[in-house]
Write a protein that binds this ligand. Structure first.
Ligand code: DLL
Length: 434
């Protein structure tokens, strides 16, 4: 089922809509945001210079720094009387990034999230268990409104309290789970430990997962643990929240809701566009946002895009799952390391689980990398030979395939602290010591 006919319209029609909306957005920010007006003037650029979609490349980039510099509402293009909702993204340092929505922005957010739920097969007959955190994070309320729009029954469970969530999911007969992939796996682990026959006791048929980078291995584990279809949702608060793109039943690639978001993939260093199919940093221009329209927002997320058609009939551009962030890429002794690559190695190793933590530190001037990996329940920690073999397998796979020289430490099942929101995968002690 497709929520909106626009999802399978002809490309030329989508591009026509994009161009007209791009022109409106440019006009809007130029006339209403001193920040953009100054940038345009410095570049000797006028809104009427945007004639074709390719002209988006003439526009200035916007970064998280720009949003922080105008904290909290400095880039809004409407008076506060028109702002009906505020969210903010989990800033790691300093001030958070604050975003605002008008009534029309909320309608569009509900619309794209309704497309997400329809892609996951949701109808009015479904019960959606929403384990994303409610509050300033866009996850909880974003999924909430989308589920309501398709007429499903929403259970606003929010994050935390795993045992209680499991009880509610079972008792209410939830059919769709919305939560981060790591929290979903954690819930499956807890259910298993409690001795429930959870594949039988629970009625789940699909899940809508996102908010953190996830390897193919982790996706497979989540979908097998719950016996459900895995749908991946991508989004970020600066652009709208969840609902920028979502994967259908046919493949792992995510359909981008291009009538609202204009995508470019650039080389992070040069800022130049890279060809379709090549990985680079995702840059998004909002096409319909009213409260906080952003031009060429540098997401820091690394992905690639393709225009190849999908079996499901949707014609919009598709993106691959995020492979990492331009800014959480670790450089270990000159080698670029994406946590997702390490996760891939762990996923392909027998005897361990996908609960792991990457710790980067320095010994003298040299970088060192330690990876803690939880062994699976069936591995006996007193079988030293077995443990050493697993450890060696991971270490040599990292070295041979990724040129990463890391110390791998196997730890007891469930000894790495679980997070109820986004998993803490990387601890970079080098930053703390700077
Ligand atoms: O995480 C919005 C969201 C909520 C998306 C729930 C999906 C599900 P922020 O807190 O602003 O918004 O964080 C945005 O999270 O730039 C990515 O680095 C990361 N991210 C979001 N979705 C995915 C995904 C929400 N499917 C940042 N895969 C983004 C990998 C993701 N990373």
């Amino acid at each position: 089922m497709i929520w909106n006919e626009i999802e399978n319209s002809r490309r030329e029609d989508i591009e026509k809509i994009q161009l007209s909306r791009l022109k409106d957005t440019v006009e809007r920010v130029y006339s209403l945001t001193p920040f953009y007006k100054e940038k345009f003037d410095e570049m000797n650029l006028k809104p009427e210079d945007i004639i074709s979609l390719e002209d988006v490349r003439k526009l200035p980039f916007t970064t998280k720094k720009d949003l922080r510099a105008h904290y909290p509402f400095g880039l809004f293009t409407v008076p506060m009387s028109e702002v009906v909702r505020i969210h903010s993204s989990s800033g790691t340092t300093g001030k958070p990034t604050v975003v605002g929505y008008t009534k029309s922005d909320m309608d569009i957010w509900d619309e794209v999230m309704a497309r997400v739920f329809t892609m996951a097969g949701a109808t009015a007959d479904d019960i959606v268990h929403n384990g994303y955190g409610y509050g300033l994070f866009t996850g909880g309320l974003g999924f909430h409104n989308g589920a309501e729009k398709v007429g499903a029954t929403i259970v606003p469970a929010s994050g935390g309290m795993t045992d209680r969530q499991l009880m509610l999911m079972k008792d209410f007969g939830a059919t769709i789970l919305a939560a981060t992939p790591t929290f979903s796996l954690h819930m499956a682990e807890v259910a298993k430990k409690a001795g429930t026959n959870y594949l039988k006791d629970y009625k789940l048929k699909a899940g809508v997962f996102g908010a953190e980078p996830t390897s193919k291995g982790l996706k497979k584990e989540v979908s097998e643990a719950w016996g459900i279809d895995y749908h991946e949702v991508y989004g970020l608060s600066e652009i709208i929240g969840p609902g920028v793109a979502c994967s259908c039943k046919e493949s792992d690639l995510l359909h981008v809701f291009e009538d609202h978001f204009l995508f470019e993939i650039i080389d992070s260093k040069t800022g130049e566009i890279v060809p379709d199919g090549q990985r680079g940093e995702l840059v998004i221009t909002s096409l319909t946002k009213q409260a906080l329209p952003l031009l060429r927002y540098r997401t820091g997320d690394i992905t690639s895009i393709t225009k190849e058609p999908c079996k499901c009939g949707r014609t919009m551009l598709r993106m691959e799952s995020i492979v990492g962030r331009a800014d959480d890429m670790l450089i270990i002794s000159g080698v670029n390391v994406y946590p997702s690559q390490i996760e891939h190695v762990i996923a392909n190793t027998e005897g361990v689980t996908l609960n792991y933590q990457i710790i980067a530190d320095k010994k003298g001037h040299l970088d060192k990398l330690e990876i803690l990996v939880e062994v699976s329940d069936d591995i006996m920690s007193d079988n030293l030979g077995e443990m050493q073999k697993i450890q060696k397998n991971i270490q040599s796979a990292l070295l041979n395939n990724l040129y990463i020289n890391a110390k791998v430490k196997l730890v007891e099942p469930r000894s790495i602290e679980r997070s109820v929101g986004k998993a803490v995968r990387i601890i970079d002690k080098r930053k703390e010591n700077e």
